[in-house]
Design a protein around this ligand. Structure first.
Ligand SMILES: NC(=O)c1ccc[n+]([C@@H]2O[C@H](COP(=O)([O-])OP(=O)(O)OC[C@H]3O[C@@H](n4cnc5c(N)ncnc54)[C@H](OP(=O)(O)O)[C@@H]3O)[C@@H](O)[C@H]2O)c1
Length: 321
């Protein structure tokens, strides 16, 4: 089968279109004929070999030759013990618990990391959901359900998780302020942002505004900056940013959460079928649309990763196989 492979850490120039053996599903797994695979920041970190990725997935050489974890497609075969899915079922899901492999014609994933795809939803939109949608919903659920009087701040709003979180927060009528670079503001306003801030020009923590929920995917501010921008009973959810900053914040959390009524949380991705079903119901109803900026063919995967690195991606990039 055709797959995009890499054998050493580096830039998108390391990616090659190759012929490799088709994988076979083990117990509890499904073989998926991949229709679409979204690019996400984890792919970029695994390609370039950042500190944590080398620690977990190969110090000198990448352990997994094929990247891509957010997929959609049709079940081609099922492994022992899988009775939830049958051959031909259209599904979407996450491959990060089964060794990646989505930038390929076929991929193997754990059946419990897959969700049935409603026929009304395109493969491109479904591939934009597994990690991104679960993560966005997990962050929003720290202040759930949102209400019209809630003021939400999304730092890093123009990326994959932010554009979904924005639409969900607006679905509940919350007031949403979005931070990202200026080139993404038009998209954010079209998705319902009430206010937009350019992080290259303005520091949100010094505007004199306070928010009930801050979701921070960029995390470049100090703890006192964050606290200043948080309402007296507000919730700050950090879900990304520079590794050292995450560690520093993690060490501060036990003390920070005892200071007053404000709360501080670090959230990581965990596939949540209930949340994904809630999201697909909204998408089917036309209330939410995953922001897919562009699709590429499999042989355009390196070009997609280069574009991802440019910082100009609005929402999500998807590889159509
Ligand atoms: N396993 C996990 O727990 C897991 C899984 C998936 C994602 N994540 C994390 O979740 C976060 C969100 O993922 P995502 O897929 O939405 O990422 P994304 O698509 O890369 O979006 C991140 C956005 O933040 C913007 N940004 C960068 N620096 C900023 C700054 N200083 N201030 C404000 N905005 C800034 C980026 O804009 P530019 O284009 O200007 O850089 C981009 O629009 C990521 O940090 C990722 O590492 C965690």
């Amino acid at each position: 089968m055709r797959a995009v492979t890499y054998d050493r850490y580096g830039s998108a120039d390391e990616l090659r279109l190759s012929e490799i053996d088709q994988p076979a599903p083990g117990p509890g797994e499904v073989l998926v004929r991949v229709a679409a695979c979204a690019v996400n920041s984890w792919d970029w970190h695994l390609l370039t070999g950042t500190f944590f990725e080398r620690l977990m997935f190969g110090t000198f050489r990448p352990r997994h030759r094929v990247l891509g974890s957010e997929i959609s497609g049709a079940v081609e075969a099922v492994g022992d013990g899988v009775d939830e899915f049958q051959i031909g079922d259209e599904i979407y899901g996450d491959l990060s618990t089964s060794g990646w492999g989505g930038f390929a014609e076929y991929a193997v994933g754990r059946a419990d990391s897959m969700v049935r795809k409603p026929p009304e939803i395109s493969f491109e939109h479904a591939a934009a959901l597994p990690q991104t949608g679960s993560l966005a919903m997990r962050c929003l659920r720290e202040r759930w359900p949102l209400q019209t009087e809630h003021r939400v701040l999304l730092n890093g709003a123009g990326g994959a998780a932010g554009t979904l979180a924005l639409q969900v927060a607006k679905h509940f009528g919350a007031h949403v302020t979005c931070i990202d670079r200026g080139s993404k503001h038009q998209l954010l306003e079209s998705l319902g942002a009430d206010e937009v801030i350019d992080y290259q020009r303005e520091d949100y923590s010094r505007r004199g505004e306070q928010y009930d929920l801050i979701i921070d995917v960029a995390n470049h501010r100090s703890f006192s900056d964050v606290r200043r921008a948080l309402a007296p009973d507000g919730v700050y959810v950090m879900t990304g940013g520079p590794p050292l900053q995450i560690v520093r914040f993690g060490l501060l959390l036990p003390v920070a959460n005892r200071l007053d009524q404000r709360s501080y949380v670090i959230q990581t991705f965990q596939l949540n079928r209930e949340d994904l079903t809630w999201l697909t119901d909204r998408i089917t109803a036309g209330e939410i649309t995953p922001a897919v900026e562009r699709t590429y063919p499999l042989e355009g995967t390196a070009e997609a990763l280069r574009h991802f690195d440019s910082g100009e991606v609005k929402g999500k990039l998807v590889i159509r196989i």
